[in-house]
Ligand binder design. Structure first.
Ligand code: NAD
Length: 455
């Protein structure tokens, strides 16, 4: 398996992919290891994860460098991601005892009633490359704290990061037979669906998610899906500072090159402020620097995967063929590195792939609307339901709009934000189940009800 640097297209490293037999062996070891791990006191498990956090912190520069080399995000964003993941870790360290504690419900007649939370067993975590620390921590940190063993399959586009995570876990005191990586791509993931794992926690595209969910459905074990989105932003006409609104929109769209599940994927702007907003949005977008992600002044590096370039070109051409106007962009593709110039289109509509299918890149369509009801109609015209944002000086108006949308997360005057205190969940094609918050602690345990009666 070749690990390619998307900036230079050079091979960083060649590593051996795990075959089916190797993954099965790892699973068998985890099965044994979990039996011991679950009986280790919760406080000690928490301590191991705390050690892991310290090791990550100590090695942050090297880890950020590895991440940027293998997936292309600017180095400063790799550092930010690892720091953000640490904040999530600290949330779990602080809150797990409270949410995993036995619940004594007292007497019901002559019977004492009590709930205890037990681990699921060995869980499979099939993960994505765009934020390997953030989306990984959402799963393997609470899973381990809850007493589970984890078979972690990093994305084939973030393999070196996955291997580093495994190395630091072991160094931190997590037993080798409690956390293991399955190295590989689709084939390795497919094999995991065939193993008798006790839960599947997937982050990735809808297409892969539905395939996995279907393959494991007959096992009736927990199966959580954090999938894609087509997240809309609506800019109302009640905005004094259009430049500020545009700068927040640019950040929400282009951070990590638009390769965030909760990136702004389409923009609707009230006709009274449309021209001014578009002017500011384009001018700010133009000022972003595309280039070597290792440089401090780079805003956008290459995309992580070559095939995404063809897909983005398809969305641009499909939109242009159907009447869209390209007001910023350059369709020529660099000969070296997976670079795509930030591209903005107006005169867009929902018969274009750009406005209905996940883009996952530095390309955006901006559509004019004449009132809130029209905006709500377009925002709801999607099979996805991850996040939605409203920019307005009127918070009440924004909240009224957000209440009408079928999404897991609503943003007023912000976007592309995840907090460990709040549940992270998608609706419909954006996923199933929640990570983060107390719900993301309980997701990795199962309740056992006790009816206790003294004769
Ligand atoms: P992907 O679906 O291509 O791959 C995800 C993982 O699944 C990888 O580890 C891959 O090797 C594995 N895989 C691929 N085919 C498989 C199969 N047939 N069986 C089992 N495993 C298989 O997704 P990606 O390109 O890694 O990530 C991008 C997608 O993830 C986007 O749609 C993005 O929106 C979504 N995402 C969602 C969230 C969220 O929290 N909702 C977070 C990050 C990314």
């Amino acid at each position: 398996m070749k690990i390619i640097n998307p900036t230079t297209e050079a091979t960083i490293k060649e590593i051996k992919e795990d075959n089916d037999q190797k993954i099965t062996e790892k699973f068998m070891e985890l099965k044994r290891g979990q039996k011991v791990w679950k009986s280790i006191p919760l406080k000690n498990r928490i301590q191991c994860l705390s050690n892991f956090g310290k090791l990550v912190e100590e090695n942050i520069d090297e880890l950020a460098q590895i991440l940027t080399e293998e997936m292309g995000k600017p180095l400063s964003q790799s550092v930010n991601e690892i720091k953000g993941a640490d904040a999530r870790l600290k949330f779990f360290l602080k809150n797990s005892e409270k949410w995993l504690a036995d619940e004594d419900l007292g007497a019901n007649g002559n019977t004492l009633e009590k709930i205890k939370y037990e681990p699921l067993g060995v869980i499979g975590n099939i993960s994505a490359w765009n934020y390997p620390y953030l989306v990984g921590y959402n799963v393997f940190v609470p899973a381990l704290i809850g007493g589970n063993a984890v078979l972690y399959k990093p994305s084939e586009f973030a393999t070196l990061t996955g291997l580093k995570i495994e190395e630091l876990m072991i160094k931190a005191g997590i037993p080798e037979d409690v956390f293991k990586t399955a190295i590989g791509g689709k084939k390795a993931g497919e094999h995991m669906t065939k193993l008798p794992l006790d839960g599947y926690f997937f982050t990735g595209s809808y297409q892969t998610g539905i395939h996995i969910a279907t393959a494991v459905a007959h096992k009736l074990v927990p199966c959580q899906m954090e999938l894609g989105g087509k997240d809309p932003l609506y800019v109302t006409d009640k905005i004094k500072d259009i430049k500020k609104a545009a700068s927040f929109a640019v950040e929400g769209k282009f951070y990590n090159n638009g390769q965030s599940c909760c990136a702004i994927e389409r923009i609707y702007v009230h006709e009274n402020v449309f021209d001014e907003f578009v002017k500011e949005f384009v001018s700010l977008t133009e000022s972003m620097k595309v280039g070597d992600p290792m440089r401090d002044d780079t805003d956008l590096g290459p995309l992580a995967r070559r095939q995404q370039l063809d897909y983005l070109l398809f969305q641009v051409n499909d939109a242009l063929d159907k009447g869209a106007k390209m007001i910023l962009g350059d369709e020529s593709i660099e000969t070296q590195g997976y670079f795509f110039e930030p591209t903005v289109l107006t005169d867009v509509s929902h018969d274009m792939s750009l406005m209905v299918d996940e883009t996952f890149g530095p390309l955006i369509g901006i559509q004019k609307v004449s009132n809130d009801d029209e905006a709500i109609g377009w925002m709801q015209d999607t099979d996805y339901g991850l996040t939605a944002a409203v920019f307005s000086d009127d918070g009440k108006r924004a909240e009224t709009i957000l209440e009408k949308l079928d999404v897991g997360t609503g943003y007023w005057n912000c976007s592309d934000r995840v907090s460990p205190n709040l549940p992270w969940s998608g609706r419909r094609k954006s996923g199933l189940g929640s990570t983060l918050s107390y719900q993301g602690i309980r997701a990795f345990v199962q309740p056992k009800a006790y009816h206790l009666r003294e004769w």
